[in-house]
Design a protein around this ligand. Sequence first.
Ligand code: NAG
Ligand code: NAG
Ligand code: NAG
Ligand code: NAG
Ligand code: NAG
Ligand code: NAG
Ligand code: NAG
Length: 716
Amino acid sequence: MLLVTCYCFAGSGRMMPFFDTFSTTAEQGATYQLGLGIADITGPIVEINLMGYADSSQLGTGLHMRMRSRAFLVASEDLRDRWVLVNADICMGDTAVRLGVLEKLAELYPGLYTTQNVAIVGTHSHAGVGGYMQNVLPQITSRGFVRESYEAIVQGIVLSVQRAHESLKPGNVELGVTTLLDTNINRSPFAYSANPLEEREKYEYDQDKDLVLLRFADAKGSDRGFASFFSVHGTSLYRNNTLISGDNKGMAAYLYESFMEPDTPPGNNSFVAGFFQASVGDTSPNTEGAFCETGEDAGQPCTYENSTCNGQAQGCQGRGPGFRISDYESNRIIGYNQFQAAKKIMSSPTRALLSGNVRAVHQYVDMSEYKFKLSNGTDVSTCPPALGYGFAGGTSDGAGKFDFTQNRNGTEENLFWRYVKSGIGGQPTEAQAHCHLPKPILFNSGFAHKPYDWSPSIVDMQMFRIGETIILIVPAEFTTMAGRRLMETIKSELFTQGIVGEDARVILTGPANAYSHYVSTPEEYQIQRYEGASTLFGPWTLDAYKSIFTSLVSYVSDAAIPLPNPGPSPPDLRSEQKSFHLPVVSDAAPFGRAFGSVVHDIEENRTFYPGESVSATFQGANPRNNMRLEDTYLRVEVAEGTEWRTVRTDSHPSTLFEWTRTSTILGTSVVNITWVVEKHAQPGLYRIRYLGDSKSIWGRQPSPFEGVSSSFTVGV
Ligand SMILES: *[C@@H]1O[C@H](CO)[C@@H](O)[C@H](O)[C@H]1NC(C)=O
Ligand SMILES: *[C@@H]1O[C@H](CO)[C@@H](O)[C@H](O)[C@H]1NC(C)=O
Ligand SMILES: *[C@@H]1O[C@H](CO)[C@@H](O)[C@H](O)[C@H]1NC(C)=O
Ligand SMILES: *[C@@H]1O[C@H](CO)[C@@H](O)[C@H](O)[C@H]1NC(C)=O
Ligand SMILES: *[C@@H]1O[C@H](CO)[C@@H](O)[C@H](O)[C@H]1NC(C)=O
Ligand SMILES: *[C@@H]1O[C@H](CO)[C@@H](O)[C@H](O)[C@H]1NC(C)=O
Ligand SMILES: *[C@@H]1O[C@H](CO)[C@@H](O)[C@H](O)[C@H]1NC(C)=O
C-alpha cells in the first residue's frame, strides 16, 4: 500500500489564515458544538438473508462482528443550527428506517432532529442482516420484510443519535485529505472508458483515491473521533460468507476504535471512527481483478467488456489482496488500509481548521418524471424506475444475482417471490421503453405496486454544510465519474453564489436515506453494464441530480433563508409489509444435556500460541430469541487472581460465533465459538463463555443460560 499525503490547502491564499491559527486551536476556543455516538444495530444473525448480494441461499449462520451505527452531530456554537450524519453498517439507507428514526427522535427531542437535518448513510456492507427495507425488490431474496432486523436498526440508530446528543460539547472540526492507493479498483473500466477522453485526462485514476476526513476535537484540542469518506464497495467478504459483519468499513472502524481504546469492548468506546462510503458505484475492493473460477477459462481474467467466463456471468469472481488466504484476509487488508490512511491524516499537522456556518437542506423529489433543461437548453425528463438486463447479470463482486431463473419451472421455494410474481409491472409501455433507451427493460419496477411498491420513485436529496465543507447526501450508488461531475457542478455553483471559496471541499456520500440503485453518466449508461442497467430513472438521471442539487445550493448560504419546498412525501409502506419468516417455535436440548453444556470441549490446560485457534462447541439455542443488543453472545475470559475478566466479545474480529441447527423437528442446535489467539494476547489462563437464550413451547419469554469451556493457557 502506498500513501501520499495531499497538502491540499498549501499555497491557497484563502485558506492560509486557518493554518496560521492551527497550532493555537486550544487557546482560540471552539467554533462548534460537537457530539458523537455509537450503538449496536445487529438484528437476527441466523436464518435471515444477508443484504447486498441478493442471493437467497446466503442465510446468516452467526457473527463475525456486530453491525454499528455511528452518529456525528455538528451544531453551531449557539446550537441554533445542527445536522447529524449517521454512518450505519447497513447496505444502504431506506425510507422505512429513516421514517422510523425520525418518529422516535421527534418524540425524544421535539423539533430538533428533522427531515432536513438527519441523514442515514449505509456503509454498503454486503454482510449485514437484510429484510429491513420497505420496497419489494430488495425483499425478494429475504422472503419479505424482517421486522426484528428493521427494529434493531431503527433502535440502534436512534440510540447512537441520543448518545451524540448527550455528548454535545464545544469543539473544532478540521479537514484533511490523503491519497489511498491499492484499496479500490474500477470494476467497470469498459463503461468508464466511454466517458470523454478530455474528461478522463483530468484525473490520474479511474477511481477516486482520496480519503477525506473530518476530525472532531474538543475545545482543548483532544481527539474525539472523525468522519472519513472513501469509495470502495463493501464486498470484501464474498457471497458465500454467512457470518454477519461490517465488511471492510466495519473492520476499519473496529481497528481505529480499538487502537484508541484497546481495553474497551467494541461498541463501548467513546472515540468514534466513521468510515463513510463515497462514490461507490463502480468501485471494487477486489483489487487483484476479476478471474474465472471454473471451466475452460479457469484462471483467466474475465472478459473486459462484459465480465464473463465461458460465455456466462457466473464463475467470474473478483479477488481481494488476501485471496490466496481467504476473503476474510482481503477484508482485513482493505479495512486496515483505510484505518492507516485515517491515522495518517489524524497524525498529520496539515489539516485545515473549519469555520463558518452549519447548514442542512433536504428535499423529496419524485424522480419518476423530473423535467428539466440540460445546459444546452434541451428539455429532458427522467423515467419511472426500471432495471435493465445487465442488472440480473450482476458484477464481478458477485452482486445482483436474483433467483429469477429458478422461478421459471415453478418449483422454487421462495414463497415471497411466488406471492409477488403477479405484481411485476407488466410490459413496459412504448413511452417507458423509449424513455430508458438504450436500456432494455427487465423489471419495469416503477409500474409494480403489488403487494406494495417495488422501487422508490420519491427519494431524498440532502446537503449539509460546515464552513467550507459541503456534503452531498445521495440515495444511490454513484459511479466515479458521475460523482465527480455532481461534485464539480455543485462546487462551482457554490462558488458562483459566493457561498464558499475556491478551496472549498465538496464530499459525496451514499447510498443514504432511500435506495434507488445506481447513477452512471449518460456515456456509461450507453454501455449498459451493471451500473448503467441499474441506473433506475433512465439516461438523464445524473443530469437531474445536477439540476436538483443546483437548485438547493442557495439554502446552504450564510443568509437565513426559509426552507425549500419539502417535496412530495414518499409512501410509508411499513404497515403493509409481508413477511414469510416463521418465528422461533422452541428450542430443545437432547435428554440429559442442559442448554450451554459443552459438546466439544477445549483440551484442559492445553497451551495455545498466537495464530492458533481455540474452539469450543456448546448445546445451543436460536440466537434470534434475543439479539443481545449492546451486549455479546460470547466472552473470552482471562483469570486474574480468583476473578475472571472479559477480554474478548463477539465483536472482536478474532472471535467467531457460529450456530448450527442439529434437528429441525426436535429444535436442537449447537453453537461453535472460535477464538484465533492474536499476537498481542497476554499469556495467561483463559476460558470461553457462551451466553444464550432458549425458548420453550410453554414459556412466553426466552430464558437466558450460560455455558463455560474448560480453561486453557495462552503461551508466548
Ligand atoms: C467462497 O467463494 C470463493 C469465491 O468463489 C471461493 O474461492 C471459496 O472457496 C468459497 N468458500 C467456501 C467455503 O465455499
Ligand atoms: C462478452 O463480450 C465478448 C467480447 O466482446 C463477446 O465475445 C461475448 O459474446 C460477450 N458475452 C456475452 C454473454 O455477452
Ligand atoms: C443537448 O445535449 C444533449 C446531451 O448531450 C444532446 O442529446 C442534445 O442533442 C443537445 N441538444 C442540442 C440542441 O444541441
Ligand atoms: C426446477 O429448477 C430447479 C433449479 O434450477 C431444479 O433444481 C429443479 O430440478 C427443476 N425442477 C423441474 C421439475 O424441472
Ligand atoms: C489444570 O490446571 C489447573 C491449575 O493449574 C489444575 O488445578 C488442574 O488439575 C489441571 N487439570 C488437568 C486436567 O491437568
Ligand atoms: C458495555 O458497557 C455496559 C455498561 O457499562 C455494559 O453493561 C456492557 O456489558 C458492555 N458491553 C460489553 C460488550 O462488554
Ligand atoms: C468449530 O469451528 C472451528 C473453526 O471454524 C472448526 O475447526 C471446528 O471443526 C468447529 N467445530 C464444530 C464441532 O463444528
